[in-house]
Ligand binder design. Sequence first.
Ligand SMILES: Cc1cc2nc3c(=O)[nH]c(=O)nc-3n(C[C@H](O)[C@H](O)[C@H](O)COP(=O)(O)O)c2cc1C
Ligand SMILES: C=C(O[C@@H]1CC(C(=O)O)=C[C@@H](OP(=O)(O)O)[C@H]1O)C(=O)O
Length: 384
Amino acid sequence: MFRYLTSGESHGEGLYVILEGVPAGLKVDLDYINHELSRRQLGYGRGERMKIEKDEAQILTGVRGGLTTGAPITIKVKNRDYENWEKFMRTTGEIEPGREVTVPRPGHADLAGGLKYGHKDLRNVLERASARETAIRVAAGAVAKLFLAEFGVRIYSHVLRIGSVEVEYPGGLPEEELKKADEHPLRCLDSQVESRMLKWVDRARENGDTLGGIFEVVVFGLPPGLGSYVHWDRKLDGRLAGALMAIPSAKGVEIGDGIALANIPGRMAVDEIYYENGRFYRKTNRAGGLEGGVTNGMPLIAKVSLKPIPTQIKPLKSVDIRTKETKPAQVERSDITAVPAAGVVGEAVTALVLMESFLEKFGGDQIKETKRNYENYLQYITNY
Ligand SMILES: Cc1cc2nc3c(=O)[nH]c(=O)nc-3n(C[C@H](O)[C@H](O)[C@H](O)COP(=O)(O)O)c2cc1C
Ligand SMILES: C=C(O[C@@H]1CC(C(=O)O)=C[C@@H](OP(=O)(O)O)[C@H]1O)C(=O)O
């Protein structure tokens, strides 16, 4: 069984992940993990915090000489900002006053989290609810991507919408195009549309406003048969949507043509099946590579819509939890938009879900064993 657990606060000493169930013998390339971390930090519209942090992974356990041992892997990403926060964030001893949060920000976890856990200083909520934690999900996802690459699986993301500026997109971009997303400041592949998006971000910054948007994740090289239709909690579409929806500010997930399928006749909504040279295939991919919660061998496609960043420079109304007086919400320094970064997080969590389902299907305590099982399966499929 593969599982992972993250910990760490936004302005605490660091972020951590333990990955358990990674087979032995997988090459872990630290430069690759760091490259993935730096991709998440890019993107026009990020705030001042990204100038402080330069995320770098430290692998603490479970890897020797660059190869996994089969033992739990621990990865740490240090928070550089901790230097400025030590006196407010230390885990033991007195905390200095001055950074308490008592006026919850609407749209953030502040109030609901305070009520739930009984905190009177909402910083205790904010610190863990912050999307800073997505850095460590990306580090974990980088390990999952390295695992999947052993089986020829490639994962990409790109931005389709920022605020009300959207790419006209028929879907099905070739892999060569998708590879170029990081060359764009907003990770949008249509340069003309992107230049309008950039203006929107600038205007939002000038107006003290924030923006949401949509990104897409595309996965190539998946075999048919990952996930299962036999029980709801084994359906890969459900697991994937859960992981993508758990990205902070994600509010909608579509698999394939998703919501648009509701508006078209059935005969136009499904992908007909063809067979040639020992292979079943489709000419369309409206299902986004998943039927009945099982991969069908076509590229896996998911779109995620994000609400605008909730913290507002011109704060909205809130209530002081001590005095119950109406007050403007607390202002914390903030991003204008995080859609490009969220796309990188989307790739990471997709990789983690796919790694889990790969190991469920093919097992293996060592990577060679997983590969043998995988190759046997591919052979079986060809002779099906
Ligand atoms: C990469 C990334 C960066 C974010 N940066 C901020 C930010 O600077 N300020 C903020 O208020 N919210 C930010 N968010 C969104 C909040 O973390 C999120 O809206 C909040 O935790 C509430 O969760 P929910 O929107 O999923 O309900 C960011 C989200 C992501 C994915
Ligand atoms: C630190 C990151 O994102 C943070 C997510 C975030 C939030 O409220 O979710 C608020 C901001 O943090 P701060 O209050 O320290 O400026 C963002 O910078 C990151 O992505 O690495």
